[in-house]
Design a protein around this ligand. Structure first.
Ligand code: GCO
Length: 468
């Protein structure tokens, strides 16, 4: 059930010939000691993130249709202790309380996702006005509290009806996604000015379609690679759909990225790190920001993974439609051995896939600037689960160290506009059910009572000071 272990294994398998990437990944530098008094740029978007299925609950309410995660989480043995998102943090009914908690923190920005099947119960066709109204109320509540809404269109909850018509394995899904984007961006677009298309397509491909431990539970590398291309195509078509609505604002993808380092000084480890970098990062960044797949990544795809056949003429131009910003999600680095295996060099969190290495965030941000130019960046996710229910000092240390690294990147010229901690609330952590608590606000799942953790108090101070 440890999903990024799976990411690690999946990528480690993807080795092969040919690697012509630019500079080899650098060896990590020592973590800097946190200097006192780091001030962030004026207007820095201090934020927090959630996603629909992880917090909303209200799974069958007001006409919401099922998504792949409703079906999957109800299947025996799919999630820790059989957890589902039926109720989750009950945010659907408690959004006003949660909005007030956000205001109490002084949040400048809130990143949430829209449940596709709440708005379009079967994924396409008739709009469910009550579902859309929920997001109007949420956004109105944010604006009334001076919090900027950042809306993600797809955080893994493909409508089940579309899954039954092929889901992302079908090329049509990219078009269905763009049609949904049109509805939502047009309807909310006079209030929401920052949009994210996909959340972590890599995780969908590697955990949902290769390892099968996330919805829809498919274990087929061939299908997974095609799904990856269709997700990217969906991103590009959604960018175009957003522009066609004529609404003002900015749009981009939210990618989970992981700096890849050689585990030792050998040339072989360096070469393997470049291959891993292709899988972890360039496979997603290049199409979205440069309109092409990396040649070395394509060359390493096994002959039975027909990604090339899925690429039609013109697709890369669509996928590379100009993005206005990039959401960066950072949780861990990747260390690669001479044989292409993965090793860990730093302590992990309760999520044992999560090796804690703050300097990796600096390396990642500066590398994006170096290789992809000055696109505005916002950290759309960063955080850790803590075993301390409320006095989560370990999370404070984690956040402080990562913000220090982010600040260093800004000093090095990176255009970083914001930071969103994952997560605002404890919530449904996918296959891990409710066994990991990632929130800065504690949720008692019996009473649904919210309680600020020490990290929430600390973050409030950071926001008030605009620095650490
Ligand atoms: C992701 C998702 C979140 C997770 C978080 C912690 O990045 O996987 O966007 O939904 O809950 O990352 O694992």
């Amino acid at each position: 059930m440890r999903r990024r272990h799976v990411l690690t294994l999946a990528a480690a398998g993807a080795v092969g010939a040919g690697c012509s990437a630019g500079d080899p990944p650098r060896r990590p530098a020592a973590s800097p000691a946190p200097p006192a008094g780091l001030v962030f740029p004026n207007g820095f978007a201090w934020g927090a993130s959630t996603s629909a299925y992880q917090v909303e609950g209200g799974a069958t309410e007001d006409g919401r249709g099922p998504s792949v995660w409703d079906v999957f989480s109800h299947q025996q043995g799919r999630t820790e202790d059989g957890g589902t998102g039926d109720v989750a943090a009950d945010h659907y009914h408690r959004s006003y309380e949660d909005l007030d908690l956000m205001r109490g923190l002084g949040l400048k920005s809130y990143r949430f996702s829209i449940s596709w099947s709440r708005v379009l119960p079967t994924g396409r066709g008739t709009v469910n006005a009550k579902g859309l109204d929920f997001y109007h109320r949420l956004v109105d509540g944010l604006l009334a509290r001076d919090i900027t809404p950042v809306a993600t269109l797809f955080h893994w909850d493909t409508p089940q009806a579309l899954q039954e018509s092929g889901g992302w394995a079908s090329r049509d899904c990219a078009k269905w996604f763009a049609d949904y984007a049109t509805v939502v961006c047009y309807s909310l677009g006079d209030k929401v000015q920052t949009w994210l298309t996909l959340n972590e397509p890599k995780t969908v491909v590697e955990v949902g379609y290769t390892a099968g431990i996330h919805a829809p539970g498919v274990r087929d590398r061939r299908v997974a690679n095609v799904v990856g291309h269709h997700l990217l195509l969906g991103h590009g078509l959604a960018v175009q759909a957003f522009r066609a609505t004529g609404r003002k604002g900015r749009i981009g993808a939210a990618l989970n990225l992981s700096p890849a380092y050689p585990a030792d000084d050998s040339d072989a480890a360096r070469r393997q790190a470049t291959i891993a970098d292709g899988e972890e990062n360039r496979r997603w960044l290049d199409p979205v920001l440069l309109g092409r797949y990396p040649d070395d990544w394509l060359a390493t795809q096994p002959s039975d993974a027909p990604v090339r056949a899925a690429i039609h003429d013109g697709d890369l131009a669509v996928i590379g439609s100009k993005s206005d910003l990039l959401g960066v999600q950072y949780y861990n680095p990747t260390y690669v051995t001479a044989k292409g295996g993965r090793v860990q060099k730093h302590p992990t969190s309760q999520a044992t896939w999560q090796e804690i290495y703050p300097q990796g965030l600096h390396d990642l941000l500066t590398r994006i600037k170096r290789d992809y130019g000055d696109i505005p960046l916002t950290i759309t996710e960063n955080g850790m689960p803590s075993l301390q229910p409320v006095d989560d000092q370990d999370r404070i240390t984690f956040l402080r160290d990562h913000l220090t690294a982010a600040h260093q990147a800004i000093r090095d010229g990176v255009r970083l506009e914001g930071y969103h901690v994952w997560s605002l609330l404890d919530n449904f952590e996918w296959a891990e059910g409710y066994s990991q608590r990632w929130g800065i606000i504690h949720v008692d799942y019996t009473t649904q009572q919210r309680r600020r953790k020490a990290s929430a108090d600390w973050y409030q101070q950071v926001i008030a000071r605009n620095g650490i």
